[in-house]
Design a protein around this ligand. Structure first.
Ligand SMILES: Cc1cc2nc3c(=O)[nH]c(=O)nc-3n(C[C@H](O)[C@H](O)[C@H](O)COP(=O)(O)O)c2cc1C
Length: 407
């Protein structure tokens, strides 16, 4: 989870659907990421889930009454003013209809009508309700009125046991949508090419050379760049990681495949992308010859000839005229801090890139967390150690700032 939710104030509105139990998981994910969550119930929500559960998870009592006995002020106005995001999980057909009609007949609808923050709704309903022209009309009104972003529904099994479009998006996807709604939109209109993961160099049909890269750093950067509004092309070496929502993924295997895919994504004149983030661990060497048949075991020693792979980033750095695309390199070394920084500084010049993200192999490979230093011509900035998803934003802050400079 990313720090982008730390301290953010989220109003989580729950309405009357069986899927309401999943809103507990959403609340849990938000709270774990540091968000302050105020749960609101529609009148029927408590038929499906318990207010105590949400109070326990969020540390705040659930609010459901406009006219709570003894309460002062206007709760819908206060909640709307204080919230940076309103998340409706699940959103019933009835609630969507009331919101589309501009109704304010319960605390949830009144808060939504009063809010100026983004509203993200996760519809959940029987596929027939979803497909009904009235629901579709309401959705057009809601999304057309801006501020209401939909996440899901998805195709799958619904509470009745039937299948179809109407099943609520999963909690992870809902939190990703919340993050996107809260993200700064400073990369809108930009195209970022991000590489991630290892490359694989085949020796024969069953053996290969590769490295320990998981792809997590590059995938985190791609997801956050997308959340910040960029068009993202993610060129991924072999990794089982899921594709971040809204990102165009191109799967490759070898360093040569990756070079070709990067070339296509940047265009011959390097003008098809605004930035290239080379987070992939591209193999430095490939076997001089690849065997079609499995090499047979013998009693003799086997010498494997290795040919250097092209340095993709250095080639782009050498070909770049001017300051676009912004170039971000990574330097991973198994050495002490001073040595890692020295390598990173050397890479900055030898590859003619704008920033090198320096990290240690022991901290980086396969882990969810990392410890990195951004090395630029102006100096070195050590980032607070943390999850890769949290490190993605400061790296993208650098890219966004560079893109504001004249091209
Ligand atoms: C068992 C049960 C499950 C329901 N599930 C849904 C649902 O998934 N989606 C939906 O739109 N309505 C569903 N409804 C109908 C809503 O609960 C009903 O329209 C209610 O008025 C919604 O009020 P609210 O949106 O203010 O919570 C369900 C009703 C029952 C009895």
């Amino acid at each position: 989870m990313t720090s982008a939710l730390k301290g953010r104030r989220v109003a989580l509105a729950v309405s009357g659907s069986i899927a309401a139990y999943k809103a507990v998981l959403v609340a849990r994910l938000l709270v774990t990421a540091g968000a302050q969550v105020q749960t609101l119930f529609t009148r029927s929500a408590s038929q499906f889930v318990g207010a105590q559960t949400f109070a326990g998870v969020t540390g705040r009592p659930v609010l459901s009454e406009m006219f709570a006995p003894g309460a002062a002020g206007e709760p819908h106005v206060d909640i709307a003013r204080e919230s940076e995001l309103m998340l409706i999980v699940p959103a019933t057909a009835d609630l969507l209809a009331r919101l589309a009609g501009g109704r304010a007949d319960d605390l949830v609808a009144a808060t939504a009508l009063c809010s100026t923050c983004p509203v993200v709704a996760a519809p959940a309903m029987h596929p027939a309700m979803w497909a009904h022209p009235a629901t579709q009309r309401n959705l057009r009104t809601l999304t057309g009125d801006a501020r209401v972003h939909l996440v899901g529904p998805v195709d799958g099994e619904v509470a009745s046991g039937e299948r179809g479009l109407g099943r609520m998006a999963e909690p992870d996807a809902i939190v990703a949508a919340a993050l996107a709604a809260l993200a700064p939109r400073d990369l809108v209109g930009r195209h970022l090419v991000v590489t991630a993961g290892p490359t694989i160099e085949d020796i024969d049909p069953v053996r290969f050379l590769s490295n320990r890269s998981s792809g997590k750093m590059g995938f985190a950067i791609a997801a956050r760049a997308r959340a910040r509004g960029a068009d993202v092309t993610l060129i991924a070496g072999p990794t089982p990681l899921p594709t971040p929502a809204g990102v165009t993924r191109i799967d490759v295997r070898s360093a040569l495949d990756m070079q070709a895919a990067v070339g296509r994504a940047l265009g011959a004149a390097l003008d098809a992308a605004d930035a290239l983030v080379m987070a992939a661990a591209v193999g430095d060497y490939r076997p001089t010859s690849t065997h079609d048949q499995k090499l047979k075991r013998t009693a003799d020693a086997l010498e494997l000839g290795l040919t250097p792979n092209p340095d993709i980033l250095a080639a782009v750095g050498a070909a770049r005229r001017g300051v676009r695309p912004v170039l971000v390199g990574f330097a991973v070394e198994a050495a002490g801090d001073a040595q890692v920084l020295a390598y990173a500084r050397a890479k900055l010049d030898s590859k003619r890139v704008d920033v090198v993200v320096a990290n240690h192999a022991a901290d980086a490979f396969g882990k969810d967390d990392n410890r990195v230093t951004l090395v630029t011509r102006d100096g070195a900035q050590a980032l607070a150690p943390g999850p890769k998803s949290e490190l993605a934003d400061p790296i993208l802050d650098f890219v966004a700032k560079k893109l504001e400079e004249p091209g």
